[in-house]
Design a protein around this ligand. Structure first.
Ligand code: ADP
Ligand code: MG
Length: 404
């Protein structure tokens, strides 16, 4: 995918224009509809401020949750409108629908300086169906289209994909621009040496990334539960560790291709020791063993101290590090050390002028938990979208943007 050639908000003339802005305001709500975390709203403020300051009129739209094509009061965007109002410091007109007469009227009555937020796009089943007529309607509300919803760019939905067929100009907002610059560089021409650290729960969700990054990276360091599928594929007993038995062949194949053998040599590095427990809870007892000596009644939940040292050594001297997936069950204190230490090493790497990028929702959550997120070069805002991008697959929301 050609990221450099896509039109961005800095390339277009906004003055006097109605701008349809697709954002990702899929924020977590509690039972009472109170927003738990407004990071996604804050992340779009630079784009919205730019449009307003340049004399454009933003008509903002997003999805929220999974209402499956019908109105669900608990998934209304109204609380989001109120929060956006506070964050922007100006009134936001909330419209109780995302299409139809009501939008046309509001658009006509709106004046420069106004901000409009539409109701949840997914209240219309046409949104997720990428319906061309619905997309055409949405496009009709504006002169320009700006996509700032990186977290939704992997979905071929009407407001992400089909809408771009009906607008003259489709450009990336600042949030999407930064993702394209950061992840695009990583995939197209990374500063070498380039190391990827891949962890998380399931090997099945990371096979695509490992395969795609194998040729682009100098090394891949493996952690998380998927280590045990790799070990088992080599005939090593992994006790009660989480294993995907239907992925043993794929795992073995990857190791053969990488010429890795029990973590020694090749391009793929497996852990050399493990933290094991018989109870994945905050009461669980923590024990460190060699990777070949996992007791039959225990499972691996973190990389051990020797692996931490080894991995720190392996990332020394490299230029670019990307991490996708925590190295252990970081949510539980006594199993979080591997993830914390490796993230700290990446933060130090960035402090010393290197590039450190976090992709993956839980990895980002881990970085925030340990107070390290602000120390990274970039923390991707899209779990599924960055996963797909790192698998080398095109994202509908980016592909369709107007070329420069
Ligand atoms: P990301 O969202 O960063 O891509 P994943 O969704 O793939 O990461 O995986 C995150 C989850 O993996 C975390 O909830 C973590 O507890 C879990 N995990 C990591 N290591 C292990 C392990 N050894 N056993 C069980 N779960 C693990
Ligand atoms: Mg995840």
């Amino acid at each position: 995918m050609d990221f450099k050639n896509k039109l961005t908000i800095d390339d277009i003339d906004i003055r006097g224009k109605h701008v349809f802005v697709r954002v990702d305001y899929n924020v977590p709500l509690d039972e009472n509809g109170i927003i738990q975390d407004d990071r996604r709203i804050r992340a779009t403020l630079p784009t919205l401020r730019k449009i307003i300051n340049d004399g454009g009129l933003p008509i903002i739209a997003s999805h929220l949750g999974r209402p499956k094509g019908k109105y669900v009061s608990g998934l209304s965007m109204e609380p989001v409108a109120r929060r956006l109002e506070q964050l922007l410091g100006r009134p936001v007109t909330f419209l109780p629908d995302s299409s139809g007469e009501i939008v046309l009227r509001a658009r006509k009555e709106a004046q420069t300086g106004d901000v409009i937020l539409l109701e949840n796009l997914r209240f219309h089943k046409e949104e997720e169906r990428n319906d061309p007529d619905f997309a055409k309607q949405l496009a009709g509300y504006a002169d320009l289209y700006i996509n700032d919803a990186f977290g939704a760019c992997h979905r071929a939905h009407a407001s992400i994909s089909a809408i771009q067929d009906y607008v003259e100009v489709a450009a990336a907002g600042y949030l999407l621009k930064k993702e394209m610059e950061m992840l695009g560089k990583l995939l197209v021409d990374p500063e070498k040496p380039f190391v990827a650290i891949i962890g998380g729960a399931k090997i099945s969700s990371k096979i695509g990334i490992i395969e795609h990054l194998m040729d682009k990276t100098d090394k891949i360091l493996i952690g998380g539960a998927m280590s045990y599928t790799f070990f088992k594929s080599l005939g090593i007993d992994v006790g009660d560790s989480l294993v995907e038995d239907d992925k043993l062949d794929v795992a073995r194949h990857i190791l053969e291709k990488a010429e890795a053998h029990k973590g020694i040599g090749g391009r793929i590095f497996l852990p050399i020791d493990a933290v094991v427990t018989d109870d994945i809870s905050d009461k669980g007892v923590r024990k460190v063993v060699n990777y070949e000596e996992i007791p039959h009644n225990m499972g691996g939940v973190d990389i051990g101290p020797n692996t931490i040292e080894r991995y720190k050594k392996e990332i020394k001297g490299c230029e670019t590090i990307v991490i996708n997936g925590p190295l252990g069950v970081f949510e539980i204190d006594q199993f979080s050390r591997g993830t914390r230490e490796i993230l700290t090493a990446i933060a130090n790497h960035v402090e010393n002028g290197g590039i450190g990028i976090i992709g993956g929702g839980d990895s980002a959550a881990a970085a925030r938990k340990f107070g390290l997120a602000d120390k990274m070069t970039h923390v991707s805002t899209g779990g599924g979208a960055s996963l797909k991008l790192m698998e080398g697959k095109p994202l509908p929301g980016i592909e369709a943007l107007t070329d420069k």
